[in-house]
Each structure stands twice: as C-alpha cells, then as structure tokens.
Write a protein that binds this ligand. Structure first.
Ligand SMILES: Cc1cc2nc3c(=O)[nH]c(=O)nc-3n(C[C@H](O)[C@H](O)[C@H](O)COP(=O)(O)OP(=O)(O)OC[C@H]3O[C@@H](n4cnc5c(N)ncnc54)[C@H](O)[C@@H]3O)c2cc1C
Length: 431
C-alpha cells in the first residue's frame, strides 16, 4: 500500500564491513534505494555507484539467493527485436569487460551458441535471426550439420533443417555475475542490506520520498523496484500495478558424461524450446513446457524463499524425450541436480524497464522473461543513466510499463498471455 507524507524519522544501522568492528553507520538518506539484490538490482546499484550516487541495496533475503543463482547462465544475443538485441549484445560486452573495469574476478565461457530448427517454419525463423543479427553487427551465421557437430559433439543434428552459430555468446555460473557486481558496488560505497525487506514506499505530491524497512526509513528521491518475483508486491507499495506473472522455470544437470568439455557451446532446439550446455562434465538441460506453474505475483509473501519452491522433473523428462534424437546421451543419463526458480513473464516476452508514470522517481526493472540475468548488465547501465540524467539515453519505449493497455488489467487475461509467451519462448510467432 502506498504511504504518503513524511515517515517518522528512524535509523538503519549497518556494520560497515564484516567482520563487525564495533562501529555503526547510520543510514537515513540515500540518492537511490534499490529494492532487490538479484541480477537486476546488483547491476543497477553498481552502475548508479559508478555515476557517483550514494546507493542502498536492500534484500529481503540474503543477497543473490533467489532466482538469479538458479539460472542456466546462458546468453543469447539475437533477440526478438532490435532494442532487445542491442541490450543483449551490450551486456555480453559488459560481462567480458567487467573484470578489467572493476577488478572483480568473473569467469565466463565464451564458446558460442548453436540454434537448431527441425521444421520448415522454424528454419525460416533461423534465417530471419541470422539476417537481423548480421544487420546489427552480430557475428551470427548459418552452419552445416557437420560444422554444428564439430563444435558440439554431444549434438546429433541429422533432423536439422537450419542451424545458426553465434561465436560470441557465452555462459557462466549464474550467481557469479550479480555477486561480482555487488562486490564492485561495495567498493564504490554501496551499502548492501540483506535480510532487510522494503515494507512501504512513501510518496509526497507524486514523488517518492522514503523507503520504509523494519529497521527504519531511508529518505531518497529515487527507488528502483528490482524485486524479481515480488516486483508486483513492491509496486503496490507505490500504488502501481506491474503486469507480470512469476512462472516456475526449471533445469537439470546430469552426472559427468563421455566427451563433454567445458569449451563446448550452448545448443538450443527451437521447435521444442530446449537448451543444453556443458556443466561440471555433464550436461545442463532446461526447457519451456506448455503448462508451467504460475504464481500470484500480487500475493507472494516476502518471507517466501525460492529454495522452498516445489520442483517437478516430469516436464523436463517430457522435453528430453522430444529431443532424444538430437541429444542421445540424455534419456539414460543419471541426474545429479534439479533446480528451478521464479522468473517473471510479461504478455509480450519483453522486459519492463521504466520510470513509472505518475510516481516520480519510482523505476522498475523486471519482467525478466527468463533472460534477465544475461541482459542485466545493460539494463543496469541504461537505468542508472536514466536516474542520473533524468531521461533515458536510449529509446526504451518498447519496454515501458503502460504498453499493455487496459486488457492486461484482467488477471485472467494476463496469466493466459504470459503462459502463452512462456510456452512459445523460442518462437518469434505472435499470439
Ligand atoms: C532454471 C532457470 C534458468 C534460467 N536461465 C537463464 C539464462 O540462461 N539466462 C538468463 O539471462 N536468465 C535465465 N533465467 C532467468 C534469470 O534467473 C532471471 O531473469 C533473473 O534471475 C532475474 O533477476 P531478478 O533480479 O529479477 O530476480 P531475483 O534474483 O529473484 O532477485 C530479486 C530479489 O528481490 C528481493 N526482494 C523481493 N521483495 C523484496 C522486498 N520487499 N524488499 C527487499 N528485497 C526484496 C528478493 O529477496 C530477491 O533476492 C533462468 C531462470 C531459471 C529459474
């Protein structure tokens, strides 16, 4: 619920750095408060600090423990429209430069990615993606079955009608990226408060004024809602509705398998919405089932922890059967780990990155659509520019909050649209 007027003055006390030294810093003011220390929040906080801002980064749980560290850690730079592709390409560049820029170690495997189409209509999409990617300067090209198998020996591409390869796509251990951003942000003076939920957002005359936590209130002119599956709950604190649906997404990792090497690329099978990459000598396998579990993002308790999300191997088994020809090692591979989280789907599969109309200083970076980890570097940078400059330095209108119109006020229609988009994740087809 939105609170208005000045909140009673209070202190937030933080240990300056572990281990506890006996001193306290008292935080009552910040240039910006970022709510949610996952991939988006960590990147936004870091980029704001690089622009000289005093930032507080809050998390209801321990930082980087919810959906972000459970991701597959893949990038795919060719996206559904020029803006998303631009942001994804910029993000890969930022990931590869992060260590040089910040001094923080970050291991990534820039082994490229392969996308396979098994049917005519998806083969047309492969060709379209190659053309669109090349037009934006992306190194993406059609490759033969033989070349695809040379690059990814675990792939049997006999059924493929078209295949592309993008050499600069990469994968990484997902939690490493936001953790690197947080360490770099702390070096720049950002205060990270784990186990500190935002409980209210105070506004005055249509402008954010405070963020309230159980430990006290922080006065601030800028609030960024990067609360992942809880984005809507935080949005309601400022009186806004963010149309997205937390949707369970899962992957599994096999025990080590013959021939799997860390240097091999990511492989995606377009027709079946399945991705596979090397992990710990085995294969990581994820995919998009037609009927995913959706949660109510308006009522998700702040105390809910993603580690308690019920997981289900059955949808992944079904997807594995569909691609058994392409990945013959998978059907009999022993499973080492099943993991999943709650990415947020939007009705059109694009992110929400916006300053909320009518609530000055309240920004949202969410609606990750299962691609938020890999696009978080660029989103953090452009949002920081926006907060600092007062206007975005890039035309972000395709990602604005109000693009969905009144139709998505209906929860039922919102869930239907988000479900359809999830189930057709790799497809360029529109609903
Ligand atoms: C199995 C799986 C595979 C995936 N694979 C990929 C991939 O290959 N590539 C890719 O780019 N993406 C992938 N994703 C998606 C990716 O994980 C998400 O896009 C990304 O993690 C979203 O980050 P976030 O910051 O929005 O959410 P989170 O990491 O969940 O962070 C949100 C944070 O907000 C905090 N919070 C909530 N409410 C409050 C509050 N009131 N006050 C303070 N803090 C609060 C939470 O505690 C949480 O830490 C995958 C996801 C899954 C589950």
């Amino acid at each position: 619920m939105a609170t208005t007027g000045r909140t009673k003055s209070a202190f937030i006390r933080v240990h300056p750095r572990p281990p506890f030294t006996g001193d306290f810093i008292v935080i009552t003011k910040a240039d910006a408060v970022v709510i949610g220390a996952g991939a988006f929040g960590a990147s936004v906080a870091y980029h704001l600090a690089r622009r000289g801002k005093q930032v507080v980064l809050l998390d209801a749980h321990e930082a980087v423990t919810q959906t972000s560290p459970r991701a597959a850690g893949l990038t795919q730079q060719i996206r559904s429209d020029p803006l998303m592709t631009q942001l994804a390409m910029q993000s890969v560049h930022q990931i590869t430069q992060l260590t040089a820029e910040s001094g923080e170690p970050l291991t990534c495997h820039q082994n490229g990615s392969i996308k396979v189409a098994l049917t005519e209509s998806f083969a047309a999409q492969i060709q379209d993606e190659v053309q669109r990617g090349q037009a934006q300067g992306l190194e993406i090209a059609l490759v033969s079955q033989q070349e695809a198998q040379r690059l990814a020996p675990f792939l049997q591409p006999e059924r493929a009608l078209a295949i592309w390869y993008t050499a600069s796509d990469l994968y990484l251990e997902p939690g490493d990226l936001p953790r690197a951003y947080i360490r770099a942000a702390q070096k720049l003076g950002v205060t990270v408060l784990s186990h500190t939920p935002a409980t209210a957002v105070g506004t005055r005359a249509g402008q954010v004024e405070t963020v309230v936590t159980p430990q006290g209130a922080i006065e601030t002119p800028a609030v960024i809602d990067t609360a992942g599956a809880w984005t809507r709950v935080v949005g309601v604190m400022a009186g806004i509705n963010v149309p997205l649906v937390p949707t369970r997404h899962q992957l599994y990792i096999t025990e080590p398998l013959p021939g799997i090497q860390v240097e091999q690329p990511i492989v995606r099978v377009l027709d079946y919405n399945v991705y596979v990459r090397p992990e710990q000598g085995g294969l990581m396998v994820g995919g998009y089932e037609p009927d995913p579990l959706q949660l109510d993002g308006q009522t998700l308790a702040t105390t809910f922890d993603i580690k308690d999300l019920a997981l289900d191997m059955a949808p992944l088994r079904r997807l594995t059967e569909l691609v058994a020809t392409e990945f013959p090692q998978l059907p009999n591979a022993p499973i080492k780990l099943l993991r999943g989280g709650l990415p947020t789907m939007t009705p059109d599969g694009r992110h929400i990155v916006d300053q909320v109309p009518g609530v000055g200083g309240f920004f949202v970076a969410s609606g990750c659509c299962v691609g938020g980890l890999s696009i978080s570097p660029a989103v953090g940078a452009v949002l920081a520019d926006w907060v600092v400059e007062g206007a975005p330095t890039l035309d972000l209108s395709p990602l604005r909050l109000e693009r969905f119109g009144p139709a998505m006020q209906s929860e039922e229609r919102l869930r239907e649209a988000c479900l359809w988009r999830y189930a057709h994740h790799y497809s360029s087809e529109e609903q």
